[in-house]
Design a protein around this ligand. Structure first.
Ligand code: SAH
Ligand code: SF4
Length: 382
């Protein structure tokens, strides 16, 4: 009987130190091996030259460094990169890299599918398949950095920001996401600062509270509606944890952070005639009047049979201006990587969809592509 090997890619520094202790080695090996894996991109123990031959042989028996299998890899005309990777459950998930000036943001998946079934999200439409392991989450970062070549010079970093905004609800895969973010911020891992790592949640209130004291990453919350009635339809978890409870939990997390200059990012996907009307802007202004935040408007990205439409650029602009006039820092997320289906909400995780695209979907995509980019485009979540 062969024992399953431990995948060292998914172990935090403390867990890797325990692993070495368990096999009768000194815990400091953890830092050595982490550098090989996360700084130099090495997945072959034989290449870890400061590790003794005997230990390398032992590691080959009991451990491995294994990123998820890459099913497809596309680079968009605008420089956006997209990977579809297969995870242990057999499902596929997507990872997207978005370059923007001297910033490179990696959008990472935390689950295959999602149980929360937001009405406008193609991931939600697939239902839930599996939680990703830490190795599967970190493996996405490892693969992305590898595509640029690992560099020990932080000035030359390709991935400068990581956002947990791919497929899945990160707070429903809590422990694995916490460990992954720890590795992303660890100097022996990817060394990103807490301000450059963002967790996005649709509002799993008890787990948002559980973050307090466990992590200090930046927070983004998918609001999408300024009142409970509409939010119950768009983001059904609102029926369990309403806006009042959500805003209270956001406040608790944000005030738990030692640095009080940080603000929550409110994500608001704009859908034509659904939540983009002047009265929605007015309600949103009232709802958020005491919440230190910046607002990121996401024009709806169409997918087949969604039943929703992207608002006109005028409607988007009108909504943005109303919020800005009320004093909110408000940005509109630029659609990137549309030619490779890498935009928010288009992450369907199945390569099959490329061949199954409906004529209606193609028509929607072409129509969206023709819309002039007249809206003020500034930023994504930082
Ligand atoms: N589950 C988490 C993180 C993943 S979704 C969350 O919901 O926050 C990342 C962002 O993309 C969320 O704000 C989500 O609401 C948004 N999104 C989902 N589908 C979209 C679509 N079709 N068009 C635009 N944004 C979408
Ligand atoms: Fe899940 Fe987020 Fe999509 Fe909602 S928007 S279904 S929480 S991935």
């Amino acid at each position: 009987m062969s024992l399953e090997k431990v995948n060292l890619l998914g172990l935090t520094k403390d867990k890797l130190a325990s692993f070495f202790k368990d096999i009768g080695e000194k815990p400091f090996r953890a830092q050595q091996v982490m550098k090989w894996i996360h700084h130099f991109g090495v997945d072959d123990f034989d290449a870890m030259t400061n590790v003794s031959k005997a230990l390398r042989a032992r590691l080959k028996e009991v451990a491995e460094v294994r990123a998820p299998e890459v099913v497809s890899y596309d680079v968009s005309a605008d420089g956006t990169r997209k990977w579809v990777v297969r995870v242990a459950s057999g499902s596929c998930v997507e990872t997207v890299y978005i370059p923007d000036g001297n910033r490179g943001t990696l959008c990472v998946s935390s689950q295959a599918g999602c149980a929360l079934d937001c009405s406008f999200c193609s991931t939600g439409k697939q239902g839930f398949n599996s939680d990703l392991t830490v190795a599967e989450i970190i493996g996405q970062v490892w693969l992305a950095v590898k595509s640029f070549g690992f560099s020990t010079n932080s000035e030359e970093r390709s991935v400068t920001n990581v956002v947990m905004m791919g497929m899945g609800e990160p707070l429903l895969n809590f422990e694995n996401v916490i460990d992954s973010m720890e590795l992303i911020m660890d100097d022996f891992g990817y060394g990103l600062s807490k301000r450059r790592v963002t967790l996005s949640t649709s509002g799993v209130v008890p787990n948002l509270r559980k973050m307090i004291g466990r992590t200090d990453v930046s927070l983004a919350v998918s609001l999408h509606a300024p009142n409970d009635e509409l939010r119950n339809v768009l983001v059904p978890i609102n029926k369990k944890y309403n806006l009042k409870e959500l805003l209270a939990a956001i406040d608790e997390y944000m005030t738990s952070l030692p640095d009080n200059s940080r603000v929550v990012t409110i994500e608001y996907t704009l859908m034509a005639a659904v939540n983009d009307q002047p009265e929605h802007a007015t309600q949103l202004i009232r709802l958020l009047k005491d919440v230190p935040c910046k607002i990121n408007l996401i024009p709806f990205n169409p997918f087949p049979h969604s039943g929703y439409e992207r608002p006109s650029n005028n409607a988007i602009r009108r909504f943005q201006v109303a919020l800005m006039d009320a004093g909110f820092n408000t940005t509109v997320r630029k659609t990137r990587g549309d030619d490779i289906d890498a935009a928010c909400g288009q992450l369907v995780g199945s390569v099959m969809d490329k061949t199954r695209r409906s004529a209606r979907y193609e028509a929607m995509r072409q129509e969206a592509a023709q819309q002039p980019e007249a809206v003020r485009v500034i930023d994504r979540a930082s």
